[in-house]
Design a protein around this ligand. Structure first.
Ligand SMILES: NC(=O)c1ccc[n+]([C@@H]2O[C@H](COP(=O)([O-])OP(=O)(O)OC[C@H]3O[C@@H](n4cnc5c(N)ncnc54)[C@H](OP(=O)(O)O)[C@@H]3O)[C@@H](O)[C@H]2O)c1
Length: 398
């Protein structure tokens, strides 16, 4: 039954304001924002009386039946969201870090309190990938979900590969345009993609994975040598997150740069856009493409969740509850390109076999097979070594 939604909005930044705008263009939805909680007192585009400065004012308001959490901070978001669920309020959130790090508890809280938490905007902004994985791909045919999940790093890579910029110039341009933060590591070192991948994994294969237990390595160590290597071979480098079904009810997942050939869908995903390839047994490949960030695109995904709440929708976590569970496996071999300078760095990598190697005056590289669990054991050190890693084309199913 469709019901009147009385919304408490927490956060009125890029996405909060975007949501407010798209909500004005949706008169069919019977929803009203009763109060907006923000951090700082300052001049806003809406009347002062609409704003409050403590989330408790929203959480303790019995009239509010839906909390929309759109703040930037994940710890505070966790407290707001869990308190709202425990108070019997439905919640919509866009906070990928908070959701990925606490998904197990959030699933339980929804069940215990008979409420719904929706978070379509947390992965790939305006692309409705979570709800589709949950509802349409709710059978055994799914093989893998592979995507460019982070717009900032993709913007930088596009400037490098399509406009011949070097990494630092491209990063500065992305920062000047607001696509990358002053501290860009959340995006360029693959953390943002990691949290999104963990969420997509729960809805693809029903497996809850701790983000700390997943390999994420980004593009911040990319050098002109790597760019030249990729261009000479006709590849682009993209930062890609992938979860893939293996044999015996197992899955593998990781976020790594990848050497991408022209014939792949994600080759043409440029600038701040996101793209997700869904591969299945009977339908081969399907591709979802769109804006992964920005106030209005992300606000539209939040709006879609609000509409879904109005129709009593909730994730059933079908794969988790009704299917064989998939075990996360790290004992999986992939082929990588490793560019390195010092022998002592190379020696840390336990290659199982080598198919190509090059020794040069500036840098060296090897291409070979290596286990994800062996890369995982180096996870904390990878960024501080003078190396770059990219998955080669031979590896995977996408
Ligand atoms: N930006 C995007 O394109 C995008 C895309 C997908 C998902 N997301 C996710 O959406 C969420 C919001 O991102 P955003 O870009 O809109 O952030 P933002 O522009 O930095 O805005 C954050 C808002 O939250 C408020 N806020 C911060 N801490 C608060 C607290 N403790 N209590 C109450 N209000 C608080 C801020 O108040 P003040 O106005 O007083 O500073 C501001 O209004 C994040 O989880 C982000 O990861 C963003």
């Amino acid at each position: 039954m469709k019901k009147k939604l009385k919304i408490g909005l927490v956060g009125f930044g890029v996405v909060g304001q975007g949501l407010y705008d798209v909500l004005q263009k949706s008169p069919a939805l019977d929803a009203e924002i009763l109060s907006i909680c923000v951090k700082n007192k300052k001049q806003r585009s809406l009347p002062d009386g609409l704003f409050c400065y403590s989330a408790d004012d929203i959480l303790n308001n019995p009239e509010i039946n839906l909390v929309v959490e759109l703040i930037s901070e994940s710890e505070q978001a966790y407290h707001i969201v869990t308190k709202a669920l425990k108070a019997g309020k439905n919640v919509v959130s866009a906070n990928k870090k908070m959701i990925a790090e606490n998904l197990n508890e959030l699933v339980q809280l929804q069940k215990e309190n008979n409420v719904s938490l929706l978070y379509e905007a947390s992965a790939c902004g305006s692309i409705p990938v979570i709800r589709n994985l949950e509802e349409y791909y709710d059978n055994d045919l799914l093989l893998s979900v592979t995507g460019i999940l982070n717009g900032s790093s993709n913007y930088i890579l596009s400037k490098i590969f399509d406009h011949n910029k070097d990494y630092s110039t491209a990063l500065k341009e992305a920062q000047d345009l607001g696509f990358a933060e002053a501290d860009p590591s959340f995006d360029v070192d693959g953390f943002d993609s990691l949290f999104k991948l963990v969420i997509l994994t729960a809805h693809s294969f029903g497996t809850l994975v701790n983000p700390n237990d997943v390999l994420n390595y980004g593009i911040s160590n990319i050098s002109d040598f790597d760019i030249r290597y990729a261009k000479e071979k006709g590849y682009k480098i993209k930062l890609v997150g992938q979860v893939e079904k293996l044999e015996e009810n197992k899955i593998s997942l990781f976020v790594l740069p990848r050497l991408v050939q022209r014939d792949k869908y994600i080759y043409n995903v440029e600038d701040e856009f996101n793209g997700v390839v869904i591969k299945g047994l009977a339908y081969d490949k399907q591709f979802m493409f769109g804006k992964g960030a920005g106030g209005h695109p992300t606000g539209s995904a939040v709006l879609s969740d609000i509409t879904a709440i109005a129709h009593d929708y909730r994730y059933e976590y079908k794969k988790m509850n009704f299917y064989n569970s998939f075990k996360y496996e790290k004992d999986v071999t992939i082929e990588i390109y490793l560019r390195y300078k010092k022998m002592e760095d190379l020696e840390k990598f336990k290659f199982e076999s080598i198919s190509e190697e090059y020794i040069g005056p500036e840098y060296n590289y090897k291409i070979g097979m290596i286990k994800i669990k062996d890369l995982m054991s180096l996870k904390e050190h990878l960024r501080s070594m003078d190396i770059f890693i990219a998955v080669t084309r031979k590896t995977l199913n996408y």
